[in-house]
Design a protein around this ligand. Structure first.
Ligand SMILES: [Fe+2]
Ligand SMILES: [Fe+2]
Length: 187
């Protein structure tokens, strides 16, 4: 299994959910009906698919080897760039979760925070994914040794199979489809 191609494919699912988040916010701003509880599904997807399933694969495999094998350029690129953005994404989700709870408790002032935090995440991840697809992954593929790339491919396959046993991919891919059907606005 090509572990890097797999991560590019996971980006496609994440980007589909990002568009759901954007459409949800457009509906909010147009005063159209939305179910704020659905934001908990989006947060669940971000935490357990984008972060746990995907970002941990980056952090435990590709990024780990780029830092270990590719000197100070690799270390700086990953630690100061990509890891910082993963952490920032986690912070936006925590703040979004708190704002959704406030709305469900009747605090309409939190509406602007829901839009702000979720759209901050949208823009962060759009830029982050583009950087990985166009720069970080090709940098790793070009510079890591064949032996290390083979380890990444084999470990990715193991992780993927373990997740399949737990039904992770099935659960979150169908969540994306369901929310697209409910919220996606054709531009
Ligand atoms: Fe990442
Ligand atoms: Fe990624």
């Amino acid at each position: 299994m090509d572990g890097i191609k797999l991560m590019v494919d996971e980006h496609k699912w994440i980007k589909r959910m990002l568009e759901v988040i954007r459409s949800f916010n457009q509906r909010v701003l147009r005063h159209e009906k939305v179910d704020f509880e659905d934001l908990f599904l989006m947060i669940d997807f971000v935490r357990n698919y984008a972060d746990k399933h995907h970002h941990l694969k980056e952090e435990d495999l590709l990024f780990k080897y780029i830092m270990e094998e590719l000197g100070s350029t690799g270390e700086k690129l990953i630690r100061n760039g990509m890891m910082v953005e993963h952490d920032l994404g986690r912070l936006y989700m925590k703040e979004l979760e708190e704002s959704v709870k406030k709305i469900l408790n009747g605090d309409e002032n939190a509406l602007v925070d829901v839009v702000g935090h979720s759209m901050s995440y949208y823009h962060l991840l759009q830029r982050h994914i583009a950087k990985e697809d166009e720069m970080v992954y090709p940098f790793g593929e070009k510079n890591l040794s064949r032996e290390v790339l083979e380890i990444i491919h084999a470990e990715s396959e193991n992780m993927e199979k373990e997740a399949e046993k737990k039904g992770v991919q099935r659960k979150y891919e169908s969540m994306v489809r369901d929310l697209e059907n409910k919220y996606l606005i054709s531009q």
